[in-house]
Structures are given as structure tokens and as C-alpha cells.
Design a protein around this ligand. Structure first.
Ligand SMILES: [Zn+2]
Length: 191
């Protein structure tokens, strides 16, 4: 079975968009991303050095109850998640066999149910200006709610906006996996 070929159909069955290598920063091979009712989500297949992994990233406006969140997850996930102020990350390394689509969806479902019960979703406003209506974008592999005018600024003044965007969130995987620097260069994608 060619798992990679499963991702586009998995993505569409979840209302997510399939993204290929050309649309993602270095290190991310393919991904599916979606708004998920105010919880911007990206599930990506990454390579870090020799290690391969599937990384789940779910963003929220704020975490209301981290203990409750953890209590909703099975042991196998509870100790592996990284809960930051505005995002949850789970990195699941694999060596030989890439996890099957059903396994990925299963993990996503467990994470997303726990997050929805314990965190505040994003509203419709742009995360940067908090003024204009936002739209769903993937900026360098990070799912975000931004307005056209802020996206314009990001594109126009990369260095400047990079800093603003970095302040938006201490991204738990950014340092090792992909940086906003590479990120913005890696593309701004409207979903
Ligand atoms: Zn804005």
C-alpha cells in the first residue's frame, strides 16, 4: 500500500487540504491542514536528520484546562504531547513502516476531541491585527488565521513581519523542525 497516496483522500474526508512538498517548508514532505472549527490543524509527515515522524499540530486561542486535556488521552499519547499556550504538538517517530491512514486518523481524533473539550477555539478575527476578518492560511507549515492585509505585510516585509509573527506564539517545534524564517520563505498558502 502506498500510504502517501492515501493522504489526499484522508485529507478530503476530513475537509482538510492536502499539501505537497512544494507548498511546505523544508523537512515537511506532505501534510493535511484544516480549520477544524476554530482549531487550526496540520498533520505532517516530516524528516529530521535520519528520523522520520508524523507531527500533529493543533492550535487554539487558549488552553483552559491542561489537566483535563491530559486525562482525556490514553497513556500512549498523554506523555508525548507538548502543550504550549496556543498549540498542542505530538510528534510520533517511526522507522520502517509509515503509519497507516487509519492509525493517523485515530490519533488525530483522540487529540482533537481532547483539545475541543479543554481549549478555547480561535475566533474569526485575524490573529495579528485582531481587527479584520481572518481567513485560514498555512504560513510556512503553521496553520493560522490571518487577514489579507496582514498577509500582504508578511509578504512585503518579511523580516519585520517575521518578528511579529514569532511573537504570536512560541512554537514548540519551530526551533528544530522549521523556522518562521524558512517558513515565510517556504510559502504563504491560503486554504
Ligand atoms: Zn490582520
Amino acid at each position: 500500500m502506498n500510504v502517501q497516496k492515501d493522504w489526499p483522500s484522508l485529507a478530503s474526508s476530513y475537509g482538510f487540504k492536502y499539501l505537497n512538498k512544494d507548498q511546505l517548508p523544508e523537512g515537511m514532505f506532505y501534510a493535511m491542514a484544516g480549520w477544524a472549527r476554530g482549531f487550526p490543524t496540520i498533520i505532517s509527515r516530516v524528516t529530521e536528520g535520519r528520523q522520520q515522524a508524523v507531527v500533529y499540530l493543533i492550535r487554539y486561542a487558549s488552553m483552559l484546562n491542561p489537566e483535563q486535556l491530559k486525562s482525556r488521552l490514553p497513556d500512549s499519547l498523554r506523555n508525548k504531547i507538548v502543550v504550549a499556550e496556543r498549540s498542542l504538538t505530538l510528534r510520533k517517530p517511526f522507522s520502517l513502516r509509515e503509519p497507516a491512514g487509519t492509525e493517523i486518523i485515530d490519533t488525530y481524533r483522540q487529540l482533537s476531541e481532547a483539545v475541543q473539550a479543554s481549549a478555547q477555539p480561535l475566533n474569526d478575527l485575524c490573529e495579528l491585527c485582531q481587527i479584520h476578518q481572518g481567513n485560514f492560511y498555512v504560513v510556512g507549515g503553521i496553520p493560522s488565521q490571518l487577514c489579507g492585509s496582514c498577509i500582504g505585510k508578511i509578504k512585503a516585509e518579511q523580516a519585520e513581519s517575521q518578528r511579529a509573527y514569532e511573537e504570536l506564539e512560541a512554537h514548540p517545534v519551530r526551533g528544530t523542525l522549521w523556522g518562521i524564517a524558512a517558513a515565510v520563505a517556504g510559502g504563504v498558502l491560503k486554504i
